[in-house]
Design a protein around this ligand. Structure first.
Ligand code: CA
Length: 237
């Protein structure tokens, strides 16, 4: 979906990483802007708005979370975080502050591009109300609430559909436990993560070839769930 002309802004103080990112994004048709500090990044985002931002958390002049919060006060541009920590609380905090996704250093450029393109797709889909979402063998027609697996319609309960719908509108991106609980349940039920785990297990039984080794609806430990846009070969548990 990275049509030629998409502009990515890299906010990262390490020149070596910026060079690595620039090369990867340019090969995939992006135009690349660079900023080596938070201040420079916010200035560029304001005066030369990009389609996608890659934001390093550890910047010399400001923490990435603050950069993100400032950006989100006026912009919905997709933001992917570069993080050195695999700390789950921090990931959740970033997603709640409006990050679209994160990758943990060291990362592969393919992973980062996949996350970036998923965030762009989501951003453009919101704008165009695209009514069919495809994720591997799954196809979800939003208007008719029809779900097909390998071209065969499958029946989901209302809550199963709600869960799939939320994940599908973020296809390729992580969605937090809190976000899922809040959107599927009401009242004090929304604090019960066990409801969510049970619902995920039921949905997996309908959409996964092997529900015990999910390849479509995967767990992001301590953070939430992710619906892959295509079948993953690795097991994520
Ligand atoms: Ca850094």
């Amino acid at each position: 979906m990275s049509k030629p002309g998409n502009v990515v802004l890299l906010i990262e103080d390490e020149a070596k990483i910026r060079r690595f990112l620039r090369a990867g994004f340019e090969i995939h048709g992006f135009s690349v802007l660079e900023a080596e500090s938070a201040a420079a990044g916010l200035k560029t985002a304001t005066f030369n708005p990009p389609d996608l931002i890659i934001l390093d958390l550890a910047l010399p002049d400001m923490h990435g979370v603050e950069v993100l919060e400032r950006l989100r006060s006026w912009s919905n541009v997709p933001v992917i975080i570069l993080s050195v920590t695999s700390n789950e609380d921090e990931k959740v905090r970033l997603l709640q502050a409006g990050a679209d996704d994160y990758v943990v250093k060291p990362f592969g450029i393919a992973e980062l591009l996949a996350r970036g393109e998923a965030a762009l797709r989501r951003y453009f889909r919101r704008a165009t109300e695209n009514s069919v979402i495809v994720a591997g063998p799954l196809s979800i027609e939003l208007a008719s609430r029809t779900v097909s697996l390998n071209q065969t319609k499958i029946r989901l309960t209302r809550k199963e559909y709600r869960l799939l719908h939320i994940l599908a509108t973020h296809v390729g991106l992580v969605v937090t436990h809190d976000q899922l609980l809040a959107e599927i349940w009401s009242g004090n039920q929304r604090d019960n993560i066990q409801y969510l785990r049970t619902l995920v297990r039921k949905l997996r039984q309908k959409i996964e070839t092997d529900p015990n080794t999910p390849r479509l609806l995967v767990t992001e430990p301590g953070v939430g769930y992710r619906l892959h846009s295509r079948l993953e070969t690795g097991s994520y548990g």
